[in-house]
Structures are given as structure tokens and as C-alpha cells.
Design a protein around this ligand. Structure first.
Ligand SMILES: Nc1ncnc2c1ncn2[C@@H]1O[C@H](COP(=O)(O)OP(=O)(O)OP(=O)(O)O)[C@@H](O)[C@H]1O
Ligand SMILES: [Mg+2]
Length: 398
């Protein structure tokens, strides 16, 4: 669990609940927030089940399992199910984790149709792309952080990149598929993400983020803007699509993060995550709506309907800073006197000596800083982000 990207969520939950952490290594920054921990393989639900029985034998009651890490939501759902605790069904979570299974489930229910085919090799991918029509998107079926996801313009391009997409791996992703690449129609249009509460089949969008992308033909998330007055929050077509997508997946309870492209044919789902958004989107959401997604997720883990005390106000935005080229970091400096007053948070993400490789070699790990600002409008946020970015400098090392 990363201190910066998820620490604020653990802090919020710790104020109201006692937390026992399962983690692969000894906790550090979490120590003051938790009542205990077990070092265990959190990708292995059987190992976690044994660890949970040990915790219970010490007289510590386990009332709910909470997880917001994409690669661990499936083992966590299995753990909760085995313990008889409230959870999203592991089958539903597995469908969300596999980008092809998601598409097939949507297709079966006629929800947000997107042409998508799994391919085992270049020949199958070329055939799929010819049927779908270029440009297409190639992506690994279960990776995260846009790893390997590539916009492909023609057959030569596809032939050149297929192997690198098919063989891309991440140690924390254990899902394996004989046909590991999804070939998908390119959804042209602005991208948004929606964090929603699902309760008894009712889907309530709580906050919505406009996503800023960079590094084409890859799809790097370089920032997000959340606006309390975003008209999309009241958009009937998007609301219908949200309900249809959740219903198609059988997702009736839980907190979800869905990503959408607003195409000329209407909103089309990119993917559905059975957890709250990453990249500090819930932090922005809390600034703008007053709703704490972490606390809501904790209530859901206990089987309780979360309160959603909406107090929408203003806008908030995050920008991640990337070097202009592959760089070894000398230092990252922040001139605090030049930061606008509306800066909420500036964090340095890269250490001296660290090598920052731009996409596609690396993705989120090539950021050297992040800035969060607030404002009355998205435009004010964009201006403040520009000023804040100019106050942060990356000095190359050697
Ligand atoms: N069919 C598509 N059409 C257009 N853009 C797409 C398509 N599929 C994926 N993308 C782009 O690629 C990004 C990453 O895709 P996706 O969310 O499926 O992968 P991921 O690895 O789970 O990413 P992350 O963990 O960052 O959400 C999307 O946010 C979107 O910008
Ligand atoms: Mg995604």
C-alpha cells in the first residue's frame, strides 16, 4: 500500500474503525494507524485465509475485508467470501479484472457495445483488426496502469507492436490467458471516470473526473479534474449507460470506478474497476463533494449502506509531472514562494539517482512530482496547475 496514493484513505478509515493489515512486508508508515498486521502473500487468498484464522484465534473479531488495490481485489473477495463476510461476488470481480470477459458480459446484455476480440498471435490480431477497422487498441487482458495499451493505426504497426503487448507482464498480475491480447475498436472522444456507489442495484455517481492523457500512441494518465458542477453528473444518457453496465456485470453492491469515452455514438465503457479510483481521484472527489470514498468502502465491507453526505463545491485537479525525455534524477526542487495559494498538495515522487523512463518503457513510475490544486472552476484549476508546475523543477543527474 503506497503511503501517498492510498495513505489518505487508510487515515480516514482508521479514524472510525480498527484495522489489521495484511501486507507482503512489514508496515512502516501505517504503524500508527493500525492495531496489528500479518506479513502474508496478499495475492494468495488461501494464505490470507490461514492468516485470518490466526487473527481470529487471538480473539480479534474480523468484521469486514477492505481492499482498493486492483491486483488484489480478487483474492480479497475470495477471502471475504470464505470468511462469510460481505463482499462483491468473486465471479463478478473476475469479470471486471478480465477486459475481454467485461466486454463479453456487456455484449450479452446489449450494454455499451464495443467491438472487442481476444488474439493469441499476430495473425489472429490482424484478422480481428481487419474486421473491426483501424485504428484499434491493443491491450493486455488484465494488466493495470495502461501497461501495454497501445493505439494501432495500420497492419504494419500492429505487426510491429503485437509481441511487446502480448508478452508484457507485471509481477503482481497472476492471471494468465492463452489469448492474452484484446483487440478493440478505438473509442474516439474525451475520457471521464466515475466513482459510484452501488446499493441494491441502484447506481449513484458520486464524483466524476475528466481524464487528461499523454504520450500517444500510449494512454498515460497525466492528470484528472473533478468539478462539482459537471453537467455530466446529471446526464440521462450516461446515467442509463452506468446502470446498464453495472447490471450487465451483475454488480449490485459495492463502490466502483468506471472509465468512459464520450463518443459520437454515446458514452462507451473503457473498463469497470470493482474498487475506488486510483491516482488520488478520491482525494479530489473528497475535496469537491465532501464524500469520503474510503469510508464508504469500509461501510460496504461491513455490509452497511454508506452515508453519502454530498456537499458539492468548486473544482479540484491533479497533474503528474513527467520529464521531457528519459532522465536520471539529480534532484527535484520546489520553489514554494512561487506556488499559487490554491495549491492543496505538492509531492516529489522521484529520488536522486532514480532513472525515469518514459512510456512505453515505464508508466506511472516515470513521474517526478504531483500537484493538486482547487478552484471555483476547472479553468481556474488549469491555470493554478500551470503556475504550480513552473514552481517545480527537475534537475537531471548523471
Ligand atoms: N477501446 C479503446 N478506445 C480508446 N481508448 C482506449 C480503449 N481502451 C483503452 N483505452 C485507453 O487506454 C487507457 C487504459 O486502458 P484500460 O483502462 O483498459 O487499461 P488499464 O491498464 O486497466 O489502465 P488503468 O489501470 O490506468 O485504468 C484508457 O484509460 C483509455 O484512455
Ligand atoms: Mg483503466
Amino acid at each position: 500500500m503506497a503511503a501517498l496514493t492510498r495513505g489518505y484513505m487508510l487515515q480516514a478509515v482508521a479514524k472510525e474503525h480498527r484495522i489489521w493489515v495484511f501486507k507482503e512486508e512489514e508496515p512502516t508508515w501505517e504503524q500508527s494507524l493500525i492495531c496489528g498486521h500479518t506479513v502474508v502473500d496478499t495475492l494468495d487468498h488461501q494464505a490470507m485465509l490461514r492468516a485470518a484464522h490466526d487473527v481470529a484465534e487471538r480473539g480479534i473479531p474480523i468484521s469486514g475485508i477492505l481492499c482498493w488495490d486492483e491486483t488484489r481485489i480478487q483474492p480479497s473477495a475470495l477471502l471475504a467470501e470464505n470468511l462469510g463476510l460481505p463482499t462483491m461476488s468473486p465471479t463478478v470481480v473476475a469479470t471486471c479484472r478480465d477486459k475481454l470477459a467485461t466486454r463479453n458480459a456487456l455484449q450479452r446484455h446489449g450494454a455499451t457495445p464495443v467491438h472487442a476480440v481476444a488474439a493469441r498471435d499476430t495473425r489472429e490480431a490482424l484478422r480481428a483488426a481487419a474486421t473491426i477497422g483501424y485504428p484499434v487498441v491493443l491491450k493486455p487482458r488484465a494488466l493495470v496502469g495502461s501497461n501495454g495499451t497501445t493505439l494501432v493505426t495500420d497492419p504494419e504497426h500492429l505487426t510491429a507492436v503485437f509481441e511487446s503487448v502480448a508478452t508484457r507482464s507485471m509481477p503482481e498480475v497472476r492471471e494468465r490467458f492463452p489469448d492474452p491480447v484484446v483487440v478493440e475498436e478505438y473509442l474516439d472522444g474525451p475520457e471521464i471516470s466515475v466513482d459510484s456507489l452501488c446499493w441494491e442495484g441502484e447506481v449513484t455517481p458520486v464524483f466524476m473526473a475528466r481524464k487528461h492523457l499523454g504520450f500517444p500512441p500510449h494512454f498515460e494518465e497525466v492528470g484528472h479534474t473533478v468539478d462539482a458542477a459537471d453537467p455530466l453528473l446529471r446526464d440521462a444518457e450516461l446515467s442509463r449507460a452506468l446502470h446498464a453496465a453495472h447490471a450487465a456485470l451483475g454488480l449490485s453492491h459495492g463502490w466502483t470506478h468506471t472509465e468512459w469515452r464520450l463518443t459520437a455514438r454515446g458514452p462507451r465503457l473503457v473498463e469497470i474497476n470493482a474498487r475506488s479510483g486510483g491516482d488520488l481521484i478520491p482525494y479530489l472527489g473528497r475535496l469537491v463533494t465532501g464524500v469520503d470514498a474510503a469510508l464508504a468502502a469500509a461501510s460496504l465491507a461491513l455490509g452497511e449502506r454508506p452515508a453519502i453526505p454530498l456537499r458539492p463545491q468548486g473544482a479540484a485537479a491533479i497533474r503528474f509531472l513527467y520529464p521531457e525525455q528519459d532522465t536520471v534524477v539529480g534532484s527535484v526542487q520546489v520553489d514554494r514562494s512561487r506556488l499559487p495559494a490554491t495549491v492543496e498538495l505538492v509531492e516529489i515522487l522521484a529520488a536522486p539517482g532514480q532513472e525515469l523512463l518514459l512510456p512505453p518503457a515505464a508508466h506511472v513510475t516515470c513521474r517526478y512530482a504531483l500537484v493538486i490544486v482547487t478552484g471555483d472552476t476547472p479553468e481556474q484549476c488549469a491555470e493554478a496547475l500551470g503556475a504550480a508546475e513552473r514552481a517545480v523543477s527537475l534537475v537531471p543527474g548523471s
